[in-house]
Design a protein around this ligand. Structure first.
Ligand code: AHR
Length: 504
C-alpha cells in the first residue's frame, strides 16, 4: 500500500480562515432560483413565504456564510426595480443569457429573506454592463439606508422597515465578457465611475468587490490595476476591498461517465486553482503593498456537459464522488491561502453546475459536494496552520479532455489542510488515487492530541452519485477512534475525502 506522511505545525499560523471561503452563488439560471429556492406561497411544496423549506433546512446544516446573487451574467442585465413591490405587478422580462422568461417573483426582499433563513450574509452583484451608476447607488440606498428617504421608505412600505445592511456589493460580473465586453482599462474607468457614487454610501462594514479575470489571467489583472492606480487618488489605497476572479476547472468525460485517466485529469485541473491564487495575489500585492484588498473567487467549480434531455442553457448536471474531490482539493487550497483569500463562491447552489442540492419537483437530494461542505464546516473561522504532506504522485494520460487534446501529468496522491479552533485541530485529507488506499502517518510538531472524530466520504465506485431513488448512495461515515494522533496511521480509502477532529 502507498505510504505518506502529514506533518502539522499547530504553532505556525497562516491566518484566520474567513468563513466566507465557504460561500455560495445563486443565479437566475435554470432551476437554481425558481424550483430550487422559490416555489411560491401557493405551492404544495412546504414553504415559508414562498421559499422551500427542505432546501433551507439542508443548506442551514452546512452553515453557508454568504450567498452571491442575482448572477453571473444575469446580473449585468438585471434591473432591481423589476423585483420589488407587489408580486402580481412585477414585469415579466427576458432572461437573455439563460433562455427563460423571468417572472421577477424572487427579488431583493425574497433574496434577503432567504439569506436570513439559511443564516448567510447577502452578497449582491450590481449591474455595470447595461446599468448605470445611479441605478446601483439607488439599490444600495434602498437596501441599506435606515429610513427617511423616498427609497428607504419604499423598502419599508414593501415590508422591510429594518435596513437589509447588505455588506458585500459586486461592481459587475465578468465585465470582460457578458458584463459589458470591456477591456481591463475600460472596466477600470467604469469601476471608478460607479465607485464614485458607491463609496459615500459605504458605511463600515461594506465591501466593494471589483471584477477580476477569468482563470489566472495575470495580464488582465495587471492592466486593470495599472489603470486604477494611474487614475484613482492614491491616498486612499485601492478603491475596493475585494478583487474577484472566476475559475471553472471544466470537465473530462461527462458528469457521470469518465475513465480513471479522466478522473485524474479533472482533479489535476482543479489544482490549477493554486497557481491562480498564488499569482493573482502576488500581482495584487504589488499594487497594494499594505495588503488591504482580499482575493475572492466568486465563481468556481466543475462544469460538465449538460445532462442529456435537459436544456443545455440551464446547466443542470449530476454530481459524483469526483466532484466531491474537486471541492475538497479546492477548499484545501483556499484554506492554505487564508491570509489572502477572503471569500469564494462555488457555482451554483441548487440544480446548476456543481450544486449542493438537486431537486425534482417536491423531491430533493444533497450531493457529494454538499457532504464535503458539511465535513469542512469546522474549518470556518479557524486558524489555518501549516500542514506539510509527503507522498507519491500518480502519472496519468487522458486522450480526450474537454478540448479534445491529449493531456498528461503527475497528480499528488494526497493533499489537505489543517486549522485550529476552540482547542481542536481539524485536518482535511484527500486520497486522489482512483483504486488504491493510502497509509498516512500523522505527526503534530510541538503538540499532542487525540483523534476524537474521523469522517470519511468514500465509495466503492468512483462514479457514485446520489439519485432521487437512492439519495444516500454517497454519504459520510463517522467514527470516534479516540486514538493518540502523534504517530497514528490513518488509512485513507481510494478516491476519498477524510476529515479528522483532533482534541489538542
Ligand atoms: O455560472 C454560470 C455562468 O458562468 C455565470 O453566469 C457567468 O458569470 C459565468 O460565465
Amino acid at each position: 500500500m502507498a505510504k505518506a506522511r502529514l506533518v502539522v505545525i499547530p504553532d505556525e499560523i497562516i491566518g484566520t480562515i474567513n468563513p466566507n471561503i465557504y460561500g455560495h452563488f445563486a443565479e437566475h439560471l435554470g432551476g437554481c432560483i425558481y424550483e430550487g429556492i422559490w416555489v411560491g406561497e401557493d405551492s404544495p411544496i412546504p414553504n415559508r413565504d414562498g421559499i422551500r423549506l427542505d432546501v433551507v433546512d439542508a443548506l442551514r446544516r452546512i452553515r453557508p456564510p454568504v450567498i452571491r446573487w442575482p448572477g453571473g451574467c444575469f446580473a449585468d442585465d438585471y434591473h432591481w426595480r423589476d423585483g420589488i413591490g407587489p408580486r402580481e405587478d412585477r414585469p415579466r422580462t427576458l432572461n437573455i443569457w439563460w433562455d427563460d422568461v423571468e417572472s421577477n417573483q424572487f427579488g431583493t426582499h425574497e433574496f434577503v429573506r432567504f439569506c436570513r433563513m439559511i443564516g448567510a450574509e447577502p452578497y449582491i452583484c450590481g449591474n455595470v454592463g447595461s446599468g448605470s451608476p445611479r441605478e446601483l447607488r439607488d439599490w444600495v440606498e434602498y437596501c441599506n439606508y435606515p429610513s427617511g428617504t423616498t427609497l428607504s421608505d419604499e423598502r419599508a412600505a414593501n415590508g422591510d422597515r429594518q435596513p437589509f445592511d447588505v455588506r458585500y456589493w459586486g461592481v459587475g460580473n465578468e465585465n470582460w465578457g457578458c458584463g459589458g465586453a470591456f477591456t481591463p482599462e475600460e472596466y477600470a474607468g467604469a469601476y471608478r465611475r460607479f465607485a464614485t457614487y458607491l463609496r459615500p454610501l459605504q458605511r463600515d462594514p461594506m465591501t466593494l468587490i471589483a471584477c477580476g479575470p477569468l482563470a489566472n489571467d495575470r495580464d488582465y489583472t495587471r492592466r486593470f490595476l495599472e489603470q486604477i492606480v494611474r487614475t484613482c487618488p492614491p491616498q486612499h489605497g485601492l478603491p475596493f476591498q475585494g478583487y474577484a476572479a472566476h475559475y471553472y476547472c471544466g470537465t473530462a468525460g461527462t458528469a457521470t461517465e469518465y475513465t480513471h485517466d479522466q478522473w485524474y485529469h479533472l482533479l489535476a485541473k482543479s489544482l490549477e486553482m493554486e497557481p491562480l491564487v498564488v499569482q493573482q495575489r502576488a500581482t495584487l500585492d504589488s499594487y497594494d503593498p499594505q495588503r488591504q484588498v482580499g482575493l475572492i473567487v466568486d465563481e468556481w467549480g466543475a462544469w460538465h456537459p449538460a445532462q442529456a434531455g435537459s436544456n443545455p442553457r440551464h446547466l443542470y448536471q449530476q454530481n459524483t464522488q469526483r466532484d466531491a474531490l474537486v471541492a475538497a482539493l479546492t477548499l484545501d487550497i483556499f484554506n492554505r491561502h487564508a491570509d489572502k483569500v477572503i471569500m469564494t463562491n462555488i457555482a451554483q447552489t441548487i440544480n446548476v453546475l456543481q450544486a449542493m442540492v438537486l431537486t425534482d419537483g417536491a423531491r430533493m437530494l444533497t450531493t457529494p459536494t454538499y457532504h464535503v461542505y458539511a465535513m469542512y464546516a469546522a474549518h470556518q473561522g479557524g486558524q489555518a496552520v501549516r500542514a506539510l504532506v509527503e507522498g507519491e504522485t500518480i502519472d496519468w494520460v487522458a486522450e480526450d479532455g474537454d478540448d479534445g487534446a491529449a493531456h498528461r501529468g503527475a497528480l499528488p496522491q494526497v493533499a489537505g489542510s489543517a486549522s485550529v479552533r476552540d482547542g481542536a485541530l481539524t485536518v482535511s485529507l484527500v486520497n486522489t488515487h482512483a483504486e488504491e488506499p493510502l497509509d498516512l502517518v500523522l505527526a503534530l510538531l510541538g503538540a499532542d492530541g487525540t483523534i476524537a472524530t474521523r469522517t470519511t466520504l468514500a465509495s466503492d465506485d468512483i462514479h457514485a452519485h446520489n439519485t432521487f431513488d437512492e439519495p444516500t448512495r454517497v454519504a459520510p461515515h463517522v467514527e470516534h477512534p479516540d486514538l493518540a494522533a502523534n504517530g497514528a496511521t490513518v488509512t485513507l480509502p481510494p478516491a476519498s475525502v477524510t476529515t479528522l477532529t483532533i482534541a489538542l
